[in-house]
Design a protein around this ligand. Structure first.
Ligand code: C2E
Ligand code: CA
Ligand code: CA
Length: 690
């Protein structure tokens, strides 16, 4: 007995399959971005949509098929096949959204899913109770199983790749949906072709679910699917607009912070940061117009003594007075900045010769030596001044250091005088060469160690991970902090060798902990150069494989500014790392003027709120609002938030109140050698057990 196909219904079944795949892909992307409770909800929702879609497709395909006898479907098997379809979809989405889906998991998943699809299909076929059961052509049957497994594997692969991509998403998603839908349809019709209905057989279940009623159910389910796909798209768009509102708020918070950050609160003079910014503008102008710039580095003589004998209040008063006098001596176009306790820098335009800069220096010294009456006391002040001139003494990167050096010369020459910079003063360069040599030696002899600082869940005190911070055990100078050698290592091109060491050491530590059942994540810091070195991903993977590190255990911290520089390229590097099972964290968040559209699409697990925000939190509403905006932003990006630099219980409590539970800082622990960290860990477990 031969069946016939209704062409229109066949086409409808193809459309349903593609539609279901498209909805499921949109939902999978949401699953991927969400975490915790929300992730589970999206996962189950997605499974129901995809499963119902595949199942509807199956029955539309069945409706398209008719035999010369009336047909109907038994309710039990029909429902059971739906359960199989949803089960398989759940497995599929779960697998596709796992980070670092390896080949083995991919093949295993494809096999399991293929088997599930066959189960669904043939259970569905069994809903057709025939008086003489149909026989199956073994070759076509085998082919349908093969197509199911291959299609499932391909679909898994496509979804897991598509999730981490962010460009041309709707188009790519539609293409992928066509492939997936086509595969589902292909399997179905092969399976149908395998079934051979015997002549004279009639349908026992013809009076159960008649095709018309089933058709109605399926039509409503398909409509529901379209609606779900639309809703997901809408939710996405809403999230986008919420994000841009949040971005505006963050931007104004940022501007406020920047303003506060650029001036010295005591004297209201520009600080070092603003000086540097002004310098870079001044230098590019001077270059274009072939003019010169003079920098004067002014340091008060014996100010510490004044501070110690008179106290801080009068000391502050003296500094304010000096600031006023300096401002009064300078032209409008010149800049006066305070760069340290009793250190000021003057940026002078239009002083073509050293002589004229020296005249200004003399005037400054004379101004400062003018009598100063404080609380009826006559205070004697003087200053030493160093002069450096662009371009002969250095460029924007060197000139300040040159003026500083010259100031030291003036001090050694007996104070209350000025000196111009000269090449002979340059001993610093020698020091740098020595540092380069020492760094190479440190690498060869293994003088680096990692210290670990816990990230703590504040409400329970549990340690959720650690950050690895490099230390250099210099046999001559003792323990050295990264700030004193990482910048130099970047300059000498030694940083990548150090990065290799750090990642290898962290992986070795992870492996050791894994064996001892200690379930901790280690985060390593990457400098901008390290992040962009060619072959970074391969290196990381190689280290993880060498030590058998489980996926998700190694984390890399990348500063916000690094991630936002050439964001497209950064995103590719990040996606590759995530595919390999590395989790990513954005360091120093809030300082980098993020482009939020990019930030949202970065495959990042965690944001670390920069220390400066935490330090600014003193309980005043404005400071709190700034930090809260940052926390909300991070949360709305579905990322974990860690506040770093938590030093006081007050900060911890305030952070807790605005929902930032993961914290890191001296309040909990300083960066510790591994032995001390392990003591802390066992204390925590003991406390948990008690
Ligand atoms: P970071 O990534 O922002 O690391 C956090 C720094 O804050 C660490 O300084 C840590 O000791 C310090 N810190 C932690 N809690 C507190 C606190 O409560 N208050 C204050 N004031 N500070 C706190 P550290 O170890 O000196 O590292 C400084 C920077 O050096 C790091 O900043 C990171 O950018 C870089 N660095 C450290 N290790 C490595 C490394 O292995 N590779 C690279 N490329 N850079 C590294
Ligand atoms: Ca860090
Ligand atoms: Ca940081």
């Amino acid at each position: 007995m031969n069946g016939r196909y209704d062409l229109v219904l066949v086409l409808v079944s193809v459309a349903v399959a593609v539609l279901a795949s498209y909805s499921a892909l949109s939902l999978a992307a949401r699953v991927h971005r969400a975490s915790g409770q929300a992730r589970r909800a999206w996962l189950f929702g997605g499974a129901v949509v995809l499963g119902t879609g595949v199942w509807s497709m199956h029955f539309v395909g069945m409706l398209a098929f008719s035999l010369p006898v009336p047909l109907g479907y038994a309710l039990g098997e029909t429902l059971l096949s739906w359960v199989f379809a949803v089960g398989v979809s759940l497995l599929a989405l779960y697998l596709a959204c796992r980070p670092g889906l390896g080949w083995r998991a991919l093949l295993g998943g494809g096999l399991a899913m293929g088997a599930g699809i066959c189960l669904m299909h043939y259970t569905g076929m069994a809903a057709l109770h025939m008086s003489l059961p149909p026989s199956y052509d073994p070759r076509l049957f085998a082919a349908s199983v093969l197509v199911a497994v291959a299609a499932a594997t391909a679909a898994l692969w496509i979804v897991s790749r598509l999730i981490t991509s962010s460009r041309h998403v709707p188009l790519k998603r539609f293409g992928a949906a066509c492939v997936m839908g086509g595969a589902i349809v292909g399997m179905h019709y092969l399976g149908m072709a395998a079934a051979q209905f015997q002549a004279g057989s009639y349908c026992l279940s013809a009076s159960d679910l008649d095709p018309l009623r089933l058709g109605l159910v399926i039509a409503s389910l398909s409509a529901a699917m379209v609606i779900i796909a639309l809703i997901v798209a809408l939710v996405d768009a809403r999230a986008d607009s919420r994000m841009s509102r949040m971005a505006l708020k963050l931007q104004s918070a940022n501007e406020e912070l920047v303003r506060l950050a650029l001036h010295d609160p005591l004297t209201q003079l520009p600080n070092r940061l603003l000086l540097q910014e002004r310098m870079s503008i001044a230098f590019s102008l001077a270059r274009r117009e072939e003019r010169r710039i003079a920098l004067l580095f002014v340091d008060l003589d014996g100010f510490k003594l004044i501070n110690d004998t008179l106290g801080h209040e009068p000391g502050d008063e003296v500094l304010r007075e000096v600031a006023n006098r300096l401002r009064a001596t300078m032209r409008e176009s010149d800049l006066v900045a305070r760069v340290g306790g009793d250190e000021f820098v003057l940026l002078l335009h239009g002083h073509e010769h050293r002589d004229s800069a020296a005249q200004v220096a003399e005037r400054v010294i004379a101004e400062i030596e003018r009598p100063l009456l404080l609380d009826g006391q006559d205070i004697a002040l003087s200053a030493s001044v160093g002069i450096a001139v662009f371009p002969e003494d250095g460029d924007e990167h060197r000139l300040l250091a040159a003026a500083d050096l010259a100031m030291y010369e003036a001090k050694s020459a007996g104070r209350a005088t000025w000196r111009c910079y000269s090449k002979e003063m340059e001993r610093g360069a020698q020091d740098l060469i020595a540092l380069q040599r020492d760094l190479r030696r440190a690498l060869d002899r293994g003088e680096f160690v990692l210290h670990y600082q816990p990230k703590v869940r504040a409400s329970t005190g549990t340690i959720v991970g650690v950050e690895a911070l490099i230390r250099w055990q210099d046999p001559v100078r003792g323990m050295r902090m990264p700030g004193s050698f990482i910048p130099a290592a970047e300059r000498f091109g030694l940083i990548n060798a150090i990065a290799d060491w750090v990642i290898d050491a962290a992986c070795a530590q992870l492996a050791q902990w894994q064996q001892r059942g200690i379930d901790l994540r280690i985060a390593c810091n990457l400098s901008p150069q390290q992040f962009r070195q060619p072959g970074l991903c391969e290196k990381v993977v190689e280290a993880m494989q060498r030590h058998d590190v489980l996926p998700g255990r190694l984390e890399l911290e990348i500063t916000e500014s690094t991630a936002m520089e050439q964001p497209e390229q950064a995103q590719q590097i990040m996606a590759a790392l995530v595919r390999e099972g590395v989790s990513l964290s954005i360091d120093d968040f809030g300082t980098g003027y993020s482009c939020l559209a990019y930030l949202r699409d970065l495959p990042v697990r965690e944001l670390k709120i920069d220390r400066s925000f935490v330090a600014a939190m003193d309980g005043t509403p404005r400071a709190m609002a700034i930090v809260e905006a940052v926390v909300r932003l991070a949360q709305s990006l579905d990322m974990d938030v860690v506040a770093e630099g938590v030093e006081t219980a007050q900060q911890a409590i305030l952070l807790g109140q605005i929902g930032c539970d993961e914290q890191q800082g001296y309040l909990y622990a300083r960066p510790l050698p591994v032995s001390e960290l392990e003591v802390l860990l066992s204390d925590c477990t003991l406390r948990d057990a008690a």
